[in-house]
Design a protein around this ligand. Sequence first.
Ligand code: THU
Length: 123
Amino acid sequence: MAPEDLIKEAIIAQKRAEAPYSNYPVGAALLTIDNSVILGCNIESKAYSTTLCAERVAIFSAISQGYKDFSAIALITQDGAFPCGSCRQIIHEYAGNIPLYIAKDLDNYDTQTISDLLPYPFG
Ligand code: THU
């Protein structure tokens, strides 16, 4: 699947974000090796620290649905920000050294690998 197609899926997920406190919706689209796409969005809580990031929602959802092998993840935010440290760790542990397409919009995205973003991972 082309990066742009995976980013389009992440845009769908971003629209589902529940981010009333930060007003910072994040969308993630995780591609499995058999070309399924699992979406995630950030979901915030009145008890702020129980908020979940879009990337981890996508990965935990995929794993709970029985998917184990992943080939890429697309992320979208309003400013093209890179994933937080906790999400980098989970991507490393459960998806391995996959490419990340980190987008601001369909025409502006950066391709990174998790080994570049998390060079000395725990474990
Ligand atoms: N957020 C993500 O969804 N992914 C990240 O990698 C960093 C931050 C969310 C959490 C919170 O809902 C909002 O963005 C602002 O931090």
